[in-house]
Write a protein that binds this ligand. Structure first.
Ligand code: DHB
Ligand code: FE
Length: 281
């Protein structure tokens, strides 16, 4: 019996059938990968040392393993397999590492940032509605977050007030919402860890195109996790985490000294869930 068969047999008594399937698939495909790759002893040492160094960069505020999954396309692939359906008008996006739990509820039309936050404002309005019936969804919760113009999220920068550029808003009886955000700008993912080494080796720019995150949820509807990119931004194609796509672009229009964006969120009937927030309250 070769090692692959022995290993598969050794894990064949797992009672949880889903867990058994996952472990078996991992053994089957990892063994096939190793047989094709034929890593040297030194390469194997490099691999586990790389993981040790990833662990050293991982804590409550940052997860280098999640970042690796993001930059090799695994996170967005999982999101797409689980949620994207043909004809999906607004795409699903990976959550990313910067969702923080318990963002404050803010009034309709209010800004989600302090007055002295630098950068152009964007007034965002739109409608949350049932994708099949087109009826408005009242009391949907829109949880939004974005980086400051220097590319840093509030938790990464002392100078920003707590929960700056984060907030939760509710839709009204017509399903409409309104808020003031910041005109988003591009910025890099953290590159001071092993994942940064990989990106440099691949000559991949570490930038994420400008975006604003939204999670739109309502009882009885599948939660829509998405990001809004800026229409016409050439960087969308080169998103380091493979999220930017045609069904996530907003038409940000200049209006005097600020911008305006009208953006609707269609929801499908389903189970309302909330993702685990990588950053605790
Ligand atoms: C990642 C996602 C983001 O939304 C972001 O702003 C930075 C990094 C990521 O998936 O790694
Ligand atoms: Fe982001």
């Amino acid at each position: 019996m070769d090692i692959t068969e022995k290993a598969l047999k050794a894990y064949s008594n797992i009672e949880n059938q889903r867990l058994k399937a996952i472990v078996s698939l991992l053994i089957k495909h990892l063994h096939a990968c190793i047989k094709e790759m034929k890593p040297t002893d030194q390469e194997f040492e490099f691999a586990w040392d790389f993981m040790e160094r990833m662990a050293a960069k991982t804590g409550p505020e940052r997860n280098e393993f999640l970042l690796l999954a993001d930059v090799i396309g695994v996170s967005q692939l999982i999101e797409t397999l689980n949620h994207d359906k043909p004809g999906q008008p607004v795409g699903f996006a990976l959550v990313g590492p910067f969702l923080r739990a318990d963002a404050p509820f803010r009034e309709r039309g209010a800004a989600d940032m302090s007055d002295d936050t630098p950068g152009a404002r964007v007034r965002i309005s739109g409608r949350v509605f049932d994708f099949e019936t087109n009826t408005p969804i009242e009391d949907a919760i829109l949880d939004t977050w974005q980086a400051a113009t220097d590319g840093l999220y509030e938790n990464q920068e002392e100078a920003q007030p707590d929960y700056n550029l984060r907030g939760r808003y509710r839709s009204d009886k017509n399903g409409t919402f309104e808020l003031i955000g910041l005109m988003p700008t591009a910025y890099p993912v953290p590159t001071d860890g092993p994942v940064g080494e990989l990106l440099r080796a691949a000559k991949r720019p570490p930038d994420r195109p400008a975006h604003i995150h939204f999670i739109v949820s309502a009882p009885g509807y599948e939660t829509l996790i998405t990001q809004v990119f800026v229409k016409g931004d050439p960087q969308i194609e080169d998103d380091v985490v493979f999220t930017g796509s045609d069904n996530m672009v907003g038409d940000f229009r200049k209006d005097g000294d600020h911008f305006r964006l009208v953006y609707d969120f269609p929801l499908r009937r389903g189970v309302s869930t909330m993702p685990k927030a990588p950053i605790p309250a």
